[in-house]
Design a protein around this ligand. Sequence first.
Ligand SMILES: C[S@@+](CC[C@H](N)C(=O)[O-])C[C@H]1O[C@@H](n2cnc3c(N)ncnc32)[C@H](O)[C@@H]1O
Length: 159
Amino acid sequence: MDPDSSDEMIDHLVDFFDQVAPVYDGWANGQHGRVAARLVELVKPKKGQHALDVGAGTGLVAHLVAAKVSPGSVIGIDLSDRMLTIARAKLSKHTQFLGMAAERLVFRPETFDLVTMGEAIACLGQVAGWRYRASGGASAPGRRISSSRAWLRSRAGTT
Ligand SMILES: C[S@@+](CC[C@H](N)C(=O)[O-])C[C@H]1O[C@@H](n2cnc3c(N)ncnc32)[C@H](O)[C@@H]1O
């Protein structure tokens, strides 16, 4: 793999997450779920808000946010079909999961009150560019973008 090629890096990540999808939620006795719960606790989503969850994976963050914002809504985006399949299989109202790249959001400006990114920031090659587009494009100015980085730390600890 050419580390300078972002397309190759994305293919590699998608392959990786497609493979780990079936065991993702149970990894380390549910560590991802605990990190997701902590992120949502810190974010404090409010009833009626509309949220975007970037790199939603199996929906751990998105489903917790949906329970808080109801009757608002959460859209989770991800590139791994297998992670998305698991997210969609979890029963929850007001959630929708779409196959979409964080780098190519297609939402209208100011669509979301809140953007979350649970343990996904390490996957994104152009974080600065993504943040710019998210804050100027899909999320209203002054509204919140919140992310956790535990995945990066936990992976670093195991390699
Ligand atoms: C470590 S998982 C985190 C999943 C979930 N947010 C959580 O908190 O458990 C990272 C997710 O980001 C997704 N991802 C990686 N690069 C992406 C990109 N460029 N656009 C959208 N999703 C991406 C992966 O497919 C994977 O499901």
